[in-house]
Design a protein around this ligand. Sequence first.
Ligand SMILES: C[S@@+](CC[C@H](N)C(=O)[O-])C[C@H]1O[C@@H](n2cnc3c(N)ncnc32)[C@H](O)[C@@H]1O
Length: 516
Amino acid sequence: METHKLVNLEYTNIEVMLPSIDFFLEKIKNDEIFHFYKVNHGMIDSIYSAYKGKYNELETDLLEKNYEKISKNIQIAFKDAEWGLSYWHSDSNVEDYLINFIRVLVEVSNIHPKIKTGISLGVGLHTFWGVWEQHNEMQVGRTDVIKKIMNVNKSKFYYAGLFKHYTIKGEIFKLFNLLNELNFEVVFLGPDYLRLYKDVFNINKFHHINIPVRGAANNFGDYIKQLKGIENNTNNKTIVLHSAGQMLSAVLVDELKDTNIWGLDIGRSLDILIKDKVESEPTMYKCWTILDENGLNNYVDELRSSAKIEKMKNYKFTQDWFRVNQFENWLSGFEPNKILEIGSFEGKSTVWFIETYITNDTKSITCIDPWLNYNHSETSLHTYSDISDDRKYDNNIIKDRFLSNIELTGRSSQVNVLHGLSHIELPKLSVNGDRFDLILIDGNHTASFVLTDAIYSWWLLNEGGIMIFDDYGWVHEKNNNQSVPKFAIDSFIECFRGYLDVIHIGEYAIIKKKKF
Ligand SMILES: C[S@@+](CC[C@H](N)C(=O)[O-])C[C@H]1O[C@@H](n2cnc3c(N)ncnc32)[C@H](O)[C@@H]1O
């Protein structure tokens, strides 16, 4: 079972991951693209300044994805400031970048597998640099802000100081040796002094996109173009190591998320290696390069030895059809006891339901799936019934994956697995007198099947219960209404109008049963 080291974020009980450099090296060797970026106190303080004492408002704005408002509030808070955003970007219009920064932090980094987000309530060096003492108003405020963000973004964060630690320990050289070995184009994007790293690490395929320390937002699009140009002109893999400030780093993360470019937000993580150049390089800052090296070394040792080991539940999913980041908002306050799921596949949604709702021994989930060869392109009315009986129960690979994922939740005894087609299994549940509080309809997506599932499910749903339809927003390329769920869901809602409330319409459609 995969394990992870966890440490608490500065003065809090918020756990973040503390992997060794080998974790990243293995990913590079295995061709698993990542983009590690970090959010330190700088940007957290910006949000803190804008929402000081108004954290409920912040929570609402985050939940409602009102990033524009958050961005405006930050700008107002910094209008007359001579630090933070106003210092770095005094002559630039940062509105869109700021909106993007917040969106990436609370939303995109939650769902995009490439993105690894580091956070720190300082700069990842604890009291050495960047952290106030425990009860300092600002330190407490930072904690409140990050808690609100983590309320929305449920993914596990990394400790932002990781790459500083690898540098302090000299382990960072392993990274550049590997990149040379694998012929990577290594692009540094950041201030002038980053050019020095070519020699520090003996980098073979070195590039430097030089950006100004202040006002880089003005031409950021051009820098990204240059970077993409480098990648376009080579058959080698490309990694960008950037030091562009937290707001622009997030912009880069977003811009690169669907490309083959690897990313690492180095910020000033490597600077201690060239500390003798601090005075002669006008674009370099003293910051932590003037700190006592022994002290830093001991700090990293202590941090590492304080880490706890967490056994990760090593779920295996090949598809990411079920995107959960908003469910808890839409279903906020809802506590289902019995859940029904039509279409479980490998159990991604099942696992989420179990981890979120099956929190004691009295709760249960029922899963219906025929576990056939899944084929989206098939659009005939009877997509799944057309398949001959002997093949129907043949494809056990996906079902096995489902079962082993369920096993890992530790709640498999509360999962009722019905291996079959929904139009056969649902009436049986009705005859049994079963009732459910929450039903997910995510089986055969052909409209006729969705309508069948909706109607059978209606009679199984308790009053006050909720029904979720997946892929309401899915538009068929050939405008064939019959082949997508929307047609069925709209018809169902029309037929039962007066008996239900529509809670949400978007990628998912969610309804609540008012009465029978
Ligand atoms: C989109 S996948 C479900 C994804 C799953 N909820 C998740 O989170 O990953 C659709 C599933 O519906 C199943 N399915 C297809 N036809 C079905 C039917 N008539 N009754 C029940 N399930 C069906 C398929 O076998 C497939 O596993």
